[in-house]
Design a protein around this ligand. Structure first.
Ligand code: FAD
Length: 546
């Protein structure tokens, strides 16, 4: 590899335009932009909605000139308060919302070029309908790729539950979801990025083009032609799902530094994302289990066969969650989204999504029934849904659980506004699944705190939702949350597997990587954003990186 393959070379944007700034009293009309789904509220000196790359660059230069920090926001669906400003310039990319072209790669996958503000739901809908709102303005080559798309259905695998999230936000957070079990998180689907750095220059990053040296070194060319050298982090990246801090791997592709960096290294303005040919046949299956032990044995049995069976997702509903769903059905009837006929002896449930060929579907379902019977379940009481409307009913059922939790917290907040949702986001390696569940239960039961557990059991990534009734419950729940984070790290896992660190979980970085690991991250930031103005207060506590 030539030495320049380790050096990032940003370009200048001549005559960068400055977008209109919303400042002072005018900001009062934009209060919604000062918060995100974490419900934390912030403040900003100014807000801007750039509509071009040039305007993003111009806004950054203006912020520098005025000594402002810069917070990037996209769809504001984040739950770690990363899009909530604490002063300075709030840069909303929601008006950069066009898909600007398509191409087919050598493997026959479709690569979409999207501006950062395009909603994930829009990408999925356009791929399903095989038509794009802005295609009239595309190049001839993109038009030809669109014709190819009309012969075949494609889909974009990253699937955080919240499809209102924007492409830029999902890349900044390396978002993942239930289907990460088969397809992995956002990272492997990002082929190229256009990023504005903290000095207003632009980096065009292409996967495979620029890597760290074997010693982990990388350079950034400065405006005067000199190269500033840095070292990528060398801490051990957990063997589990992980959305905490800067990615680290030997000779890593430098595009991966920016994916998951939560707006602290650069502003993602455009991205090329890879869509895959969609499975011909899809099926959703709900299996019921007498108890947790049987459900976990079944999980262990089927997850090793994920590729063979086309298992896209393996999701758990624990006994407390089943009881909560039954109560919801009893209280609300059909509008609860919970079917009347939940099997009587069902103590827990495992939900599976299958994506396969039409020819294989029956054999896959048979294999699943055999596995259910072999591990103490009854195939006769399993539910399966192939038609889209039936799958949608099962989806509504699954979503009844987080909705019920949210409604319960909202109810408590009426009396105790300081209480917020206490949902963990931690993953452990395969061998620690039973141990972590035993730990959660023993500590929560000892503390007499109500809770439900559900989520991505295939990836050993279960969300524990503590349901505090009082401020005292809430404080004790928060302390347990921190205790679980340390225990999960000791097991080799991640305390922030999916939702990122943002401004709310900055202490978890040191728990995971140690003080030295955080220093390695700060050193990367100091090379790419020497002024420390991008996303100040996100990932790192306290003083600016030096
Ligand atoms: C009901 C619900 C369910 C959710 N489920 C999941 C889930 O299953 N999996 C999951 O991963 N997440 C989930 N989330 C969290 C959230 O949807 C994701 O983190 C998502 O990736 C955020 O995208 P966004 O566009 O809303 O980003 P924002 O909230 O606007 O920003 C999030 C962070 O990314 C940075 N950022 C945003 N855009 C850019 C950009 N263009 N360039 C640089 N930095 C940027 C921001 O500064 C901030 O730090 C859920 C949220 C909700 C409300």
């Amino acid at each position: 590899m030539s030495p320049t393959a380790h050096i990032l070379t940003p370009r200048e944007v001549p005559d960068a335009a400055v977008p209109r700034l919303i400042e002072g009293a005018a900001l009062a009309d934009y209060a919604g932009y000062l918060t995100d789904e974490s419900r934390r509220s912030g403040r900003a000196a100014a807000l801007a909605f750039p509509t071009t790359l040039s305007e993003v660059s111009g806004a950054v230069r203006l912020a520098l000139a005025r000594g402002w920090d810069i917070t990037v926001s996209n769809a504001r669906t984040g739950i770690a308060a990363g899009a909530v400003p604490e002063g300075g310039l709030l840069l909303s990319l929601e008006r950069l919302s066009r898909v600007t072209g398509l191409r087919l790669d050598a493997a026959g996958n479709l690569v979409l070029r999207c501006q950062a503000g395009v909603a994930l739901s829009e990408v999925q809908k356009s791929l399903r309908r095989r038509s794009f709102q802005d295609s009239a303005a595309w190049s001839a080559a993109s038009g030809e790729a669109l014709e190819a798309l009309r012969q075949k259905t494609f889909f974009y695998p990253p699937d955080p539950t919240e499809t209102g999230a924007a492409i830029g936000g999902t890349i900044a957070c390396n978002a993942s979801g239930a289907h990460t079990f088969l397809y992995g998180p956002t990272r492997p689907y990002v082929e190229a990025l256009t990023v504005v750095l903290g000095d207003g220059r632009v980096l065009d990053l292409e996967r495979g083009a620029c890597r760290a040296t074997p010693e982990g070194r990388f350079g950034v060319r400065q405006p005067d032609g000199a190269v500033c050298w840095g070292t990528v982090p060398h801490y051990a990246w957990p063997r589990t799902k992980n959305a905490a801090g800067y990615y680290a791997a030997p000779e890593m592709d430098l595009i991966d530094l920016f994916i998951g960096s939560e707006g602290t290294l650069g502003i993602i303005v455009e991205a090329e994302i890879r869509a895959l040919p969609a499975p011909e046949a899809r099926c959703a299956v709900m299996t019921f289990w007498p108890d947790e032990a049987a459900a976990l044995r079944f999980t262990r049995a089927v997850r090793g066969r994920r590729h063979d069976l086309g298992l896209e997702a393996v999701e758990y509903v624990d006994p407390n969650a089943m009881a909560l769903l039954r109560r919801r059905r009893a209280a609300l009837g059909a509008v609860s989204g919970v079917p009347e006929c939940l099997p009587a002896g069902a103590g827990s449930a495992i939900y599976l999504d299958v994506g396969t060929t039409s020819a294989r579907l029956e054999a896959v379902l048979e294999a699943l029934c055999t596995a259910v019977a072999a591990h103490g379940g009854d195939p006769e009481v399993c539910w399966s849904a192939v038609a889209e409307d039936e799958r949608e009913r099962l989806r509504v059922f699954r979503h009844a659980l987080p909705e019920t939790v949210n409604a319960m917290i909202a109810e408590v907040r009426r009396q105790h506004p300081g209480v917020t949702k206490l949902g963990t986001d931690m993953a452990v390696p395969d061998e620690a699944l039973e141990a972590v569940l035993a730990l959660y239960r023993s500590r929560l039961d000892e503390a007499r705190l109500p809770y439900v557990i559900f989520g991505h059991v295939g990836d050993n990534h279960l969300h524990v939702n503590i349901l505090p009734q009082t401020p005292d419950d809430y404080d004790r729940g928060r302390r347990l949350y921190r205790e679980f984070a340390r225990a999960v790290v000791a097991m080799g896992g991640s305390p922030a597997a999916e939702h990122g660190i943002g401004r709310l979980k900055t202490d978890f970085l040191e728990v995971l990587y140690g003080a030295d690991g955080v220093a390695q991250m700060r050193a990367v930031k100091a090379v790419l954003d020497p002024g420390g103005r991008l996303g100040a207060g996100i990932l790192f506590q306290g003083a600016r990186p030096s």
